[in-house]
Design a protein around this ligand. Sequence first.
Ligand code: GN1
Ligand code: MG
Length: 383
Amino acid sequence: MPDPSVPTNHEAREHPGPDPLRALARFAVEGEPTRSEPLRVGLIHESHVVTCRTPRGPRRYLLQRLNTVVFAAPGPVMENVLRVTRHLQGRQAAAGVPDPGRRVLTVVPSREGPPWHVDDAGGWWRAYVFIEGATSFDRPPTPAAAERAAAAFGRFVAELADLPGPRLHETLPGFHDTPARYRALRAAAEADPLGRAAAVRAELAALEARREMLGALHEAAARGLVPERVVHNDTKLNNVLFDIGTGEALCVVDLDTVMPGLALHDYGDLVRSAASEAPEDARDLRAVRVSPALHRAVTRGWLAPLAPLLTTAEAELLPLAPRVVTLELAARFLTDHLLGDRYFRTGYPGHNLDRCRAQLALAADMERQEGTLAASVREALGG
Ligand code: GN1
Ligand code: MG
């Protein structure tokens, strides 16, 4: 049941929260925060780019107010982020790559020490050094760019394969438990607190008809057929920063869901987000198609650093993964629509339903192109 005292993500955006300049001043930044601009990225947190005046010139930071409806316990999230970024920084240093500070996020601790600050209203904030001269894309500008982003995500998993120490926290338990996501959708449709279920019968039926597909990866993991790895779990194309000058895929960002999981989910979400010809919330469903060229580029890019690590079972399930992840996200968008848009930030009423429909159309196109897409996976695997 939605709590009416909690604003929807749409309302939250209309009423901006506390002052970012004051919040950033609580972090161990250089100089004094003087200017702040909202950064409209991602569907979860509120982001700001804050400039500090220092004797050596301006310094910029990415400041985020965390969405605690989604991440109820930000402490373990930041513990994971610190362990992962330090490990990746160690890898960069060992490899002697140029410009290491732009290839991995740098967490800025608060003045009290922890990598977060809780304001008087109970809001959780964190800060990163802003990566200058970089940009991200919702749609890939070229297949070559899609391939570079995919390679960055593949490298990310390869470089975390030897992360030492205890298992990372599960920041969002059951994040890619697709059958549980589907059960949550059914529960939302049955409770139907806003009377929206009758209008989405077709979408519910489309997902019901694909129940077997929805369980494919989860069951393989439950039966021990595919290994648990440290993976990103949210490999949307716009979670990679590109160098504006060279076009190189510099840095993987949005590390909140880095935790134990399946490499197959990373691959699936990459294809979903980077190989589609239309935006995630496209309303013209005829335009929602997988581009075979982008799919080939993404698959080749992701596998380049990772293929040597993958097991035979993982390789065999690759062709299914994009469809499972796309249907899973369709179910999540529809659940949020039914429950009143509490989770994903929306731009207008009905936005989550449009997103659900676009994801269903994309999954249907993946079905239509099944043979072509499987062939390009086989080709990228070299056989
Ligand atoms: C969210 O944080 P962002 O916007 O990169 C969501 C993903 C969805 C994605 C759909 C923590 O990602 O799972 O695939 O929106 N992240 C979380 O755009 O739920
Ligand atoms: Mg993001």
